[in-house]
Design a protein around this ligand. Structure first.
Ligand SMILES: NC(=O)c1ccc[n+]([C@@H]2O[C@H](COP(=O)([O-])OP(=O)(O)OC[C@H]3O[C@@H](n4cnc5c(N)ncnc54)[C@H](O)[C@@H]3O)[C@@H](O)[C@H]2O)c1
Length: 270
């Protein structure tokens, strides 16, 4: 029960495939209490599908303490989420930021053709929101608390097809290092988990389906990573087990990032 007595906020559950849900489940099953946000439903959706998709997951969990809407592009939404969290939890011990978005048109274009509006949108949602949420969380973070965000190898190296999102992930990883330094002063750790390709809504939009075979062939472990493996490492980064780790980009990709050649795939190319 690594998370017994711990409370925190999970940002970025859209459905049961979301990486944030894999991490949250692990935390709740280890005794942690979680608050959740969902994307606000459109006024013309009487079925409130965004909320329903998440509440179907959280309702059965006693340790899922609240579910409130947040569009991370809106400062007032971020403010009210952290005010609500302070009211419900007082202080918190962990914050998961698992949010990214780029317009499909921009993702399918070559990076060099990214539109100015698409670039701003992708950077705002996928990078700035980490800074904004970390800042809003500051007054309610307990000493020893941890923040984690989600990144991908396309931020370190060129992964054709990942395009503007790769530029965003490079910026996000830089943000992690600056936040780790600044928030270390209040004994708060900031890290990123760099996951291999996983089938999710955002993953599909970013071309994950085309990467799964490649990762399986090239990664030292010879397989793709599972939701559960990413969930366990995310929980580790948000727990006291990683109390000496900050400013880190931790790869959960079967070792793919460590390769400097196509490895076993070479045998097939010969
Ligand atoms: N799936 C993969 O292969 C993979 C690999 C490495 C990193 N990641 C990263 O993991 C994170 C989570 O993605 P996922 O794969 O679980 O997909 P997902 O679609 O389940 O999660 C993305 C989340 O971002 C949220 N979001 C988008 N715009 C938002 C806004 N304006 N305000 C609030 N929330 C907003 C969505 O509601 C959704 O919950 C992303 O940062 C993604 O880049 C994914």
């Amino acid at each position: 029960m690594q998370f017994a007595g711990k409370k925190g906020l999970i940002l970025g559950v859209a459905n049961d495939h979301s990486i944030a849900w894999a991490i949250a489940k692990r935390i709740m099953e280890s005794g942690g209490e979680c608050g959740f946000t969902h994307l606000p439903d459109r006024a013309d959706d009487p079925r409130k599908r965004s909320r329903r998709r998440v509440s179907q997951l959280t309702d059965p969990y006693e340790n899922a303490k609240f579910l409130i809407p947040m569009d991370a592009q809106k400062d007032e939404d971020i403010r009210s989420v952290f005010e609500y969290t302070a009211k419900e939890f007082g202080k918190i011990d962990f914050l998961l930021h698992s949010i990214a978005f780029a317009d499909r048109d921009d993702l399918s274009r070559e990076t060099v053709e990214t539109s100015r509006a698409g670039f701003k949108l992708a950077m705002d949602i996928s990078v700035y929101t980490l800074l904004a949420c970390a800042n809003a969380a500051r007054p309610i973070l307990n000493p020893g608390a941890a923040i984690a965000t989600m990144t991908f190898f396309g931020g370190e190296r060129c992964v054709p097809g990942y395009n503007v999102m790769g530029v965003c992930k490079a910026a996000l990883e830089a943000a992690v290092r600056y936040l780790a330094f600044e928030m270390g002063a209040q004994d708060v750790r900031v890290n990123a988990l760099s996951a291999g390709p996983i089938r999710t809504l955002a993953g599909r939009a970013a071309g994950v389906d085309g990467m799964l075979d490649l990762y399986k062939e090239v990664a030292p472990l010879g397989k793709n990573v599972s939701h559960d493996e990413v969930g366990a490492t995310g929980a580790f980064l948000l727990s006291d087990l990683s109390s000496g780790v900050s400013g880190e980009i931790l790869h959960v990709d079967g070792g793919y990032h460590a390769m400097g050649s196509p490895g076993r795939l070479l045998n097939r190319l010969r």
